[in-house]
Design a protein around this ligand. Structure first.
Ligand SMILES: Cc1cc2nc3c(=O)[nH]c(=O)nc-3n(C[C@H](O)[C@H](O)[C@H](O)COP(=O)(O)OP(=O)(O)OC[C@H]3O[C@@H](n4cnc5c(N)ncnc54)[C@H](O)[C@@H]3O)c2cc1C
Length: 465
């Protein structure tokens, strides 16, 4: 065994899954000194839009889930309402961000970890993982050995420099994954007030950040190559609502074209975005949200992989006994669809972490743990909009409700129907009970006799399930 620090359990990564795994270990019982979290980030917390949103002064209502909303209420009670300019209490009191890791009332502040005897080894990037000797090696050359490893390395953002896009290394071309990114973005927003922002990418990061930039008084243009925004989930009808809503808010949307280069001034600051169709957009800030990649390279050739992630069983154990993969990196059996999937969402990061720790502790005590039975769940909030989606987005779709972007309180949804069953349900503007109802539809997959009637019934259909 290599010399260095030894722990019974090591969680590699310090994001959402890591925080929830630590909480579950504490719940199940862990002895002081048994568990360590090793993360390259300086703070053991969630690198989520939540951080950024908090920094630019959104209200609690702009936070994600009802669970998160509860937690966020006490984060932002001292924070300016969202109309206020960029600086918020979140920015002034960054230690409060630790709250974002925990849920259910318990705050996972650094003190929480030390009280539980959990070692937080931060600002430590692991550059080598040898699963045969159970050794992790940091960039500084420190070795850490373990008996059980939980891989929770999450994803890294895809950068335009990865594709060699001309000028993509100019200043003020920004991404959002970690706290440092959020700090840079907040600084740029403050420095470029009233300036021009171009958002590259029409996914949820692009949509959320366009709203944030607009609310911070920047002149915002979104650019993406697809025919409509969020094409992996939204139907053309759903996207039409959001695009019109954003347009009404003053966000310009350019579809069907790509950013192919950037101009910069003598200081290296970006000044313009060049599009494939020949258009040149002036820009003081460019924010890029073109997707992420699971961070699995440390384990290449050592564990089985599938669909771009580390293959696990229903307990998140990989092909190497005693090595678990949770959160964004795991490709796991999605029981209800009887197939392997990788899911890059916070809800799954939390639940997979809890499942893995239950399974680890169950093995030790000889207690069996039920298989992971996950219902896919995505959500987003921007401006005063809020949507939730449950299930699978395959098959024929219908749109119901009021999807007029000019309505004072739009509320509409979609169902996805395949082989006569409702597989997926989307709802904009739903109450917690209504969101629960659509979740139940996606979970129970009720039969639909008549699609026209389903369209007529809309949300009523869900409330009867
Ligand atoms: C801006 C943004 C907005 C988002 N908004 C939503 C949303 O609205 N809804 C939703 O469901 N999901 C959202 N997500 C996705 C969600 O945050 C992720 O699915 C979730 O964070 C995954 O958790 P994780 O623990 O697997 O990875 P992460 O939370 O990314 O944590 C990974 C951790 O591992 C560390 N790490 C990686 N490699 C190493 C290494 N070699 N050595 C040491 N440490 C390492 C990283 O620094 C990080 O701390 C958003 C993500 C981003 C970036």
């Amino acid at each position: 065994m290599a010399s260095g620090k030894h722990f019974k359990y090591v969680i590699l990564g310090g994001g959402v899954a890591a925080g929830y795994a630590a909480r579950e270990f504490a719940k199940q019982g862990v002895q002081p000194g048994e568990l360590a979290i090793i993360s390259k980030e300086a703070l053991g917390m969630a690198p989520c839009a939540e951080i950024f949103v908090d920094k630019v002064g959104f209200t609690p209502a702009n936070c994600y889930t009802s669970e998160y909303q509860m937690r966020c209420t006490d984060v932002v009670e001292l924070v300016a309402p969202y109309e206020r300019p960029a600086l918020s209490k979140g920015y002034l009191f960054p230690q409060r961000f630790h709250v974002c890791v925990g849920s259910g009332g318990e705050r996972l502040l650094p003190e929480w970890y030390s009280e539980k005897g959990i070692e937080l080894i931060l600002s430590t990037e692991i550059v080598k993982a040898d699963l045969s000797t159970k050794t992790l090696t940091s960039a500084a050359g420190a070795n850490f050995t373990y008996e059980i490893l939980l891989i929770a390395t999450g994803s890294s953002v895809i950068k335009l420099t990865d594709f060699g896009t001309q000028g993509a290394d100019s200043n003020n071309i920004l991404y959002l994954r970690e706290i440092d990114d959020a700090d840079k973005l907040v600084a740029a927003i403050q420095a470029k007030k009233g300036g021009k922002a171009v958002v590259v990418g029409g996914g949820y990061i692009g949509l959320e950040l366009s709203a944030v930039l607009k609310m911070n008084d920047l002149d915002v243009t979104m650019v993406f190559p697809e025919p409509w925004c969020m094409p992996r989930l939204f139907t053309a009808d759903i996207a039409a609502f959001y695009e019109a809503y954003y347009t009404n808010k003053g966000v310009k949307i350019l579809k069907g074209t790509l950013a192919v280069g950037f101009d910069a001034n003598a200081d290296g600051d970006v000044t313009a975005v060049k599009l494939k169709d020949g258009t040149v957009l002036e820009a003081d800030i460019v924010v890029v949200g073109v997707g992420g990649r699971p961070l699995t390279t440390l384990f290449k050739g050592q564990v089985s992989e599938e669909k771009g992630g580390i293959k696990t069983d229903s307990f998140f154990e990989t092909s190497v006994p005693g090595v678990y993969a949770i959160g964004d990196v795991a490709t796991f059996p999605l029981k209800m669809y009887n197939e392997l999937r990788r899911v890059e969402h916070v809800d799954h990061a939390r639940k997979s972490a809890e499942q893995a720790v239950k399974a680890i502790k169950g093995k030790e005590s000889g207690e069996s743990v039920p298989e992971y039975d996950y219902l896919p769940y995505f959500y987003s909030r921007s401006f005063d909009l809020s949507w939730q989606f449950y299930g699978d987005n395959f098959g024929e779709t219908i749109l119901f409700g009021d999807s007029d972007p000019a309505s004072s309180k739009p509320k509409f949804g979609s169902y996805w129907i395949k082989d006569g069953k409702v597989l997926g349900a989307f709802l904009e503007g739903g109450s917690p009970d209504e969101n629960k109802a659509i979740a139940k539809v996606a979970k129970t997959q009720p039969l639909v006799a008549n699609i026209e009637e389903l369209k007529e019934e809309g949300l009523q259909f869900a409330s009867k399930i």
